[in-house]
Design a protein around this ligand. Structure first.
Ligand SMILES: [Zn+2]
Length: 718
């Protein structure tokens, strides 16, 4: 006899009690018009599938009638049940799922450890209308009768690895309900089917975990990268010397230890053993410059040398572990495809890291041409290609995170492109749900695109807007459409680490328009606390940006009139003491001080150590960089200072780019002024900086410390 499960999983001795409970409950309350049954000996994930279906169906019906194909007394058979076996619903591939009715009996079943769960979640989402937006934020339609036609649906997620990293403790249930099969740093437990995941030590930047520099650096300096004549290693600082004799042996031994550990740990947790082990570069740009590595890099490229190293380890490991995969990163200096015919072995996964994209444009936009070409290129050099993608902006100088950028119109287009070009798995960095722009919508579209990149996103967006914002749906959609339109019209370029200048595609007029739209939106949902909060969150990114932009624009525009000693024409001035306007990229050597030479104004101070390789000795460099189109404009150098004290150093007449640019100072480009007013873009100005040089490095006989002080930059009308 089959067991009947209620929503609570109970140990073996309680089975009879459960059955009695279920029967008594049904007859007394008279509420239930359906039954949910699992197989005789359910697996952990089958129990969850039973509980989830029972729980949500109960909520959806609220005691109302349920029919399938016109019949009452419906029984849902979840997992590898007799009904499934009798009807040939067996032998599914991993994660494949099926919902099929046979009269009043419905089978929900699938392959591997997650297929059955996906069958249940698809039924609840597609047929019953349940939505899981985010941890603790779900949406069950108002209770009512449910009448289904004969059910016959099946599917399988398109991409094999679907992972969105949200934050450290994100609830794996949200991920699994949305058919993700890994959950960032949070383990997916066996009762949720476990994860398609990496074994120890970690999923990325693992070289130093195999061969820690801190532990072996003294005894085996030859294992580590030779940089500037010194052997260095470590997660952030160095790499390995990939041509070092014996390194592959050493690495392979440690890999065997990790594989053994991975299998033991998985067995102890009751989840499938890991399928992938990572062998990827540290998070550093310090590649080995020894003669052998330099020669190999010249021949095969940085990525080619890494592919050869990982191939060699993977080839050995395959003897004992023919089903495992070994992953590497194509990242920073190794993102270009290999040369000389080097190709990743069939058991190697190359994970391409998309650090260059314009988040506010599509994959076919010319801004993203390099990403487009690299993915297409890697598809020819690797059978297994994953992508590490960034869906969020990070902060620069405590700014830029949680600001608005229109990426949702391009999500499906990008995942289709990935699908068409051999990509099979993803790790998406999309953390900070508390503040990232339009988080719930973007997360939902990402989940959907990874499951089926070829579906039409329009109904998904419409469904999300109406279900999530209720009466305010039209207004939120209007705001997002305005953002997307402005992004397109003004060619917005929003990189993963934006400066505030990169949000200059929104004018003060736009910000006022957003304020109006969201004001109307909140009026429409007034009194509904949940919807009010959601509308407030949708406005959050614009609201966060608005005061910054207003403040910066006020500061730049305030002095727009001639002034003796600066210019006899109107000018815009950017003061380097304002940290919202001036970015410092080398906080070890650069800070801000008040300077009595200039009326106590706060200026940027560059501390200069006069070593031969210092970027801060003469010549002094200044220029304008068009960061969207990667063009250096009007760079100019000075071999010696104009004199002691503050002097103007002029770039001459420059035409500012139409969009994202910064004025940079010092040969290291470490002082950057990325901001202008939108009305300045594309116009011609006389650009100059007010700079003071101090100390014996610049003036013989001086007793002052060696410093460069930068007070302000001026764009004067010509
Ligand atoms: Zn080397």
């Amino acid at each position: 006899m089959k067991r009947v499960y209620c929503r609570f999983a109970l140990p073996e001795p309680c089975v009879l009690a459960v059955m009695l409970f279920a029967v008594v409950f049904s007859s007394m309350a008279g509420e239930r018009h359906f039954k949910v049954e699992g197989p005789t000996n359910p697996k952990a994930w089958e129990k969850t599938a039973v509980e989830e279906l029972d729980h949500y169906l109960g909520l959806c019906l609220g005691g109302n009638r349920l029919t399938v194909d016109g019949q009452d007394g419906v029984v849902f058979h979840v997992g590898d049940t007799e009904l499934a076996k009798k009807n040939g619903l067996v032998g599914f591939q991993d994660e494949e799922w099926c919902v099929k009715s046979f009269g009043r009996d419905v089978a929900l079943v699938g392959g591997g450890t997650r297929g059955t769960l996906y069958a249940v979640y698809h039924f609840l989402e597609d047929e019953c209308g349940v939505r899981w937006w985010m941890d603790g934020d779900e949406d069950v339609p108002p209770a009512g009768p449910l009448n289904f036609k004969a059910l016959d649906r099946s599917g399988k997620p398109f991409f094999i690895c679907r992972n969105i990293w949200r934050f450290k403790t994100s609830d794996p249930r949200t991920a699994v309900r949305n058919r993700l099969n890994d959950n960032g740093d949070s383990l997916i437990p066996p009762e949720l089917g476990g994860a398609f995941t990496y074994g120890p030590p970690s999923h990325a930047h693992t070289w130093d975990m195999y061969l820690p520099f801190g532990k072996h650096g003294k005894e085996h300096p030859e294992w580590y990268s030779l940089v500037g004549g010194k052997r260095i290693g470590g997660h952030w600082d160095g790499q390995l010397c990939l041509t070092c004799p014996g390194l592959v042996d050493e690495f392979s031994r440690r890999l065997e230890d990790f594989i053994a550990k991975g299998e033991v740990d998985a067995a102890a947790r009751g989840v499938p053993a890991p399928r992938i082990y990572d062998i990827s570069m540290n998070d550093s740009r310090s590649y080995c410059q020894c003669a052998n590595c330099a020669a190999a890099t010249k021949k095969y490229g940085h990525s080619g040398l890494q592919v050869k190293f990982v191939n060699a380890i993977a080839e050995r490991a395959a003897v004992k572990h023919p089903d495992l995969f070994f992953s590497m990163l194509a990242y920073y200096y190794s993102e270009e495809v290999p040369s000389e015919g080097v190709r990743a072995a069939d058991n190697v996964i190359v994970r391409f890291c998309n650090t260059r994209q314009n988040l506010a444009a599509g994959i076919f936009d010319k801004d993203n041409r390099s990403i487009h070409d690299l993915v297409k290129g890697w598809n020819k050099f690797a059978k297994n290609l994953f992508v590490w993608d960034y869906c969020i902006t990070y902060e620069t100088d405590d700014k830029g995170m949680g600001c608005p950028f229109p990426s949702e119109p391009y999500i499906f287009e990008k995942f289709r492109f990935y699908a068409d070009n051999g990509v099979t798995g993803f790790f998406l960095e999309h953390e900070h749900p508390e503040c990232a722009d339009m988080y719930e919508l973007k997360y939902r579209l990402e989940c959907k695109a990874m499951e089926d990149p070829y579906q039409d996103p329009k109904p998904l967006v419409a469904d999300f807007m109406s279900r999530y914002y209720g009466a305010a749906a039209g207004k939120v959609l209007e705001a997002r459409s305005l953002l997307a339109r402005r992004g397109r019209e003004r060619k917005a370029f929003v990189p993963w680490f934006p400066t505030m200048g990169e949000f200059n595609f929104l004018t003060d007029g736009d910000l006022a328009e957003f304020e109006r739209i969201f004001g109307e939106a909140s009026t429409l949902v007034k009194g509904d606390e949940k919807l009010e909060r959601r509308v407030e969150r949708a406005y959050g990114s614009v609201r966060r940006l608005a005061p910054y932009l207003a403040d910066i624009r006020r500061k730049i525009g305030a002095k727009h009139h001639p002034k003796k000693g600066v210019s006899d024409k109107p000018f815009y001035e950017i003061r380097c003491g304002e940290k919202e306007i001036c970015s410092i990229l080398d906080s070890a050597n650069i800070d801000r001080v008040e300077d009595s030479d200039i009326g106590g104004e706060t200026v940027v101070r560059v501390k200069v150590t006069p070593t031969p390789d210092s970027y801060y000795t003469m010549p002094f460099l200044m220029g304008i960089y068009n960061s969207a189109d990667k063009i250096d404009i009007a760079p100019r150098q000075w071999a010696r200072p104009h004199g002691t004290g503050y002097h103007w150093y002029s770039l001459g007449r420059v035409t500012l780019p139409e969009r994202n640019f910064c004025l940079y100072l010092t040969r290291k480009w470490t002082v950057q002024l990325p901001f202008s007013l939108p009305e300045m873009n594309g116009k011609t100005f006389e650009a100059k900086a007010l700079v003071k040089f101090m100390g014996p490095t610049f003036f013989e006989g001086s007793t002052e410390p060696n410093e460069i002080r930068i007070a302000s930059v001026v764009y004067a009308e010509p």
